[in-house]
Design a protein around this ligand. Sequence first.
Ligand SMILES: Nc1ncnc2c1ncn2[C@@H]1O[C@H](COP(=O)(O)OP(=O)(O)O)[C@@H](O)[C@H]1O
Ligand SMILES: [Mg+2]
Length: 250
Amino acid sequence: MAFLDVRDLHTFYRDTEALKGASLDVEEGEIVALLGSNGAGKTTTLRTISGLQRARSGAVIFDGSDLTRARPHEIVSAGLVHVPEGRRIFSGLTVDENLSLGAYLSRGDRKRMSEDRDAVYALFPRLVERRRQVAGTLSGGEQQMLAIGRALMSRPRLLALDEPSMGLAPAVVRAVGQVIQRIRAAGTTILMVEQNVRQALRLADRAFVLETGRVVLSGPAGELAADPRVQAAYLGGSASVDEPPDGTVP
Ligand SMILES: Nc1ncnc2c1ncn2[C@@H]1O[C@H](COP(=O)(O)OP(=O)(O)O)[C@@H](O)[C@H]1O
Ligand SMILES: [Mg+2]
C-alpha cells in the first residue's frame, strides 16, 4: 500500500460535487504534483486529505491508518501537514512567534522547539535576519517561506503544499522549488498543488492531472511533460497536429 492512498473521494459544497471520485497515491520520499485548471478541485482534494473538508465517500489512508474521518489536529499529529493556499501567516506577529505557533505539537518541550526552529532558520537564512520583524512586512516570497517553515515545526512526514509559487516572481519561484527539493532530501514526502505546471513537472517525480473533480491523467513527471495533451493544455502549445484546437485535455 502507498504511503498516502487517496481513494475515490466525493466531496460536496452543499449540492455542488467538487470531487467526483478523485484518487491518487504518494510513495514515501516522493515529490508528487497535483495539476489542473482553476476550479478543477485541487484545493478541495488537499482540504479533504487534511480533514478541513469532509468527504461524503471515499478514503484517505496515510501510512496504513484510515484518516478519512479524523479531525484536522489528529491528521497533523499523524504527520500530514497542509500549507494552505494564500500563505496564511499571522501578519501581526513576528517571524519567531509564527514559528512558535506552528510548534504546538512540541508544546512544553522547549528543547525540541528550539531545535526545530534552528532547522527552519537553516533552511531559510533570509528569515533569520527578520526573526523579530512583524510577518506582515515580509515580501510575498518570505511569507511563503514562513508558511512552509511554520508547517515544518510540526515535523511532518508528508507536507501538502497548495500553490506555493502563486503570485511570486520567477526568481522567487525557483527559490521555493529549491526549498522543496531540500525538504524532500531531508526526508519529508511532498504533495504539491501547482498552477505553474512547468515548475511542478520539473520538481516532481510523478504527477496527477485533475479535471472537474476527477484525475484524467497521471504518470511520471517526464512522461507528462512530453504528453501532447499536457503541452497543449498547460504548457502553452507545441502540441501535435491531431490535438483538439481548444487545447482541452480529453
Ligand atoms: N467554499 C466553497 N463553496 C462552494 N463551492 C466551492 C467552494 N470552494 C470551492 N468550490 C467549488 O469547488 C470546485 C473546486 O474548487 P477548488 O478545489 O478550489 O479548485 P482548484 O483548487 O483546483 O482551483 C470549483 O467548482 C469551486 O467553484
Ligand atoms: Mg486552489
